[in-house]
Write a protein that binds this ligand. Structure first.
Ligand code: ATP
Length: 435
């Protein structure tokens, strides 16, 4: 059973994962701010992606391109002409909907009226603004709707500077903006969001093989970070579902509380983008293979994931309610690599006697891990709170610590406790907290 949507949203708000943006002004629709725990979780998801894509590999490098690029980029990529969704408006209640997402294309899901929709019109999803002080057509620019194009336009820069031979990839993580017609489901679909995209350039003859490879790799990534297998689905697009640039696409879907929905798209983008940028810019973006004397446009395999959306999925997937000795326990069974706080340091009492040793333990740990020192409330309540935010280990300092210099470590999942000398603490945790 997927976790209940409202329960997750309430937990996210109550514990400071995600806040409604501009809340003191009544909020702004579809914008969210990540709180102290949410920012850690989001950063950890992005860090794990970067680690697997860039750090652990010889054949992929990273970049960080501008959000506002030459408007010609979006003409060449096809976004100015065709990055749009079909919009209909209900003549009765005046709510707007995305036609392709409606269960019944003839009935307004807001007011229930039938046959009340206007004719669909293509609504371009790019945010437009002006560069500089003059608001003229000549100064119009766009906020990027995807990070991918920033990679394509730097293909030659990167190839030249890192002296890579094919196949190689370029990865990027960053904000993208889409003026979505119907944002919603909390942080699932927002108008400002973060993406994690990698473009893998290869010989056209090898594209199918690399496509399969990346589908497997991406499955491994989610599984390795503990996502429940039954909640993950890899679905190949039918021919008529494919984007204009793609030869093949897999959607990675997650079983959200409202049903299956997309986390990531893995596409064989062929040589569409490099060819388009070569044509519009006049630059030579072909690749020359010295081994075969062949010159060609590389094909591109693209795993394109949403960072904010994936973070939300990990949060939902980790949520568990259990019964422990007749009491309900809420626990986020996050992989420790994703947990916002790795270790909680909990002195049994607020009394002055324990302050010094608590500080000593905290200082030992904080240079390596995100920790939290919590001195409020009963120890039971504090364990519950740490369970609820997914902290894998809690170290308790008690009055015996003053005599034996030992602390108690509690494991979030098993709730078992070990008593070990403070001098062994870092080693004990290092064995159990992978990077
Ligand atoms: P959809 O059909 O849901 O609008 P898409 O197929 O257009 O999405 P892509 O262009 O393939 O999405 O973008 C890659 C990934 O970026 C998506 O799988 C998703 O995780 C993320 N993403 C796209 N749009 C949004 C959004 N509005 N809010 C949050 N994440 C998004």
């Amino acid at each position: 059973m997927p976790a209940d949507f409202d329960t997750i949203v309430n937990l996210a708000k109550k514990r400071g994962f995600v806040f409604q943006s501009s809340e003191i002004y009544g909020g702004i629709r579809s914008a969210y701010d990540y709180g102290p725990l949410g920012v850690e979780l989001l950063r950890n998801v992005k860090a794990q992606w970067w680690r697997s894509m860039v750090q652990m590999r010889d054949d992929i490098v990273g970049i960080d391109s501008a959000v506002i690029q030459s408007p010609k980029v979006w003409v060449a990529s096809g976004h100015v002409d065709s990055f749009s969704d079909p919009l209909v408006e209900c003549r009765e209640c005046h709510n707007r909907h995305r036609l392709d997402k409606l269960e019944n294309p003839d009935q307004c899901p807001t007011c229930g009226s039938k046959g009340s929709f206007t004719d669909p019109r293509e609504f371009n999803l790019m945010f437009r603004t002006h560069m500089g002080p003059i608001e003229s057509e000549d100064n119009a620019v766009y906020l990027r709707p995807e990070t991918a194009q920033g990679i394509f336009i730097n293909f030659e820069n990167v190839r030249r500077t890192v002296r890579k031979r094919l196949p190689f990839g370029i990865a990027q993580v960053g904000k993208s903006f889409r003026n979505e017609i119907t944002p919603g489901q909390f942080v699932f679909r927002t108008r400002e969001f973060e993406q994690m995209e990698m473009e893998f350039f290869c010989h056209p003859d090898e594209a199918d093989e690399w496509f399969r490879y990346w589908v497997d790799e991406r499955r491994n990534w989610y599984m390795n970070l503990g996502m429940t297998e039954e909640n993950l689905q890899f679905r190949e697009h039918d021919e008529d579902e494919l984007s204009h640039y793609a030869a093949a696409t897999f959607d990675v879907d997650y079983l959200f509380p409202w049903g299956w929905d997309e986390l990531e798209g893995i596409a064989n983008r062929t040589d569409f983008d490099l060819k388009a940028h070569a044509e519009y810019s006049g630059e030579d973006l072909t690749y020359f293979d010295p081994a075969t004397n062949e010159r060609f446009f590389p094909y591109v395999i693209e795993p394109a994931a949403g960072a904010t959306r994936t973070t939300f999925a990990f949060l939902i997937d980790a949520y568990h309610e259990e019964e422990v000795r007749g009491e309900k326990r809420t626990v986020l069974k996050l992989d420790p690599r994703l947990s916002p706080i790795k270790v909680a340091v909990l002195p049994l009492s607020k009394k002055d006697d324990l302050v010094e040793v608590t500080n000593r333990v905290a200082d030992l740990l904080r240079s390596r891990w995100m920790i939290e020192v919590d001195v409020t409330q009963s120890i039971g309540r504090r364990y519950r709170r740490q369970d609820e935010i997914g902290t894998p280990y809690a170290v308790t300092v008690d009055f015996d610590t003053l005599d034996d210099d030992q602390v108690t470590i509690r494991d979030r999942d098993t709730m078992e406790q070990d008593r070990i000398p403070i001098q062994d603490l870092v080693g004990y945790l290092a064995d159990r907290l992978p990077s």
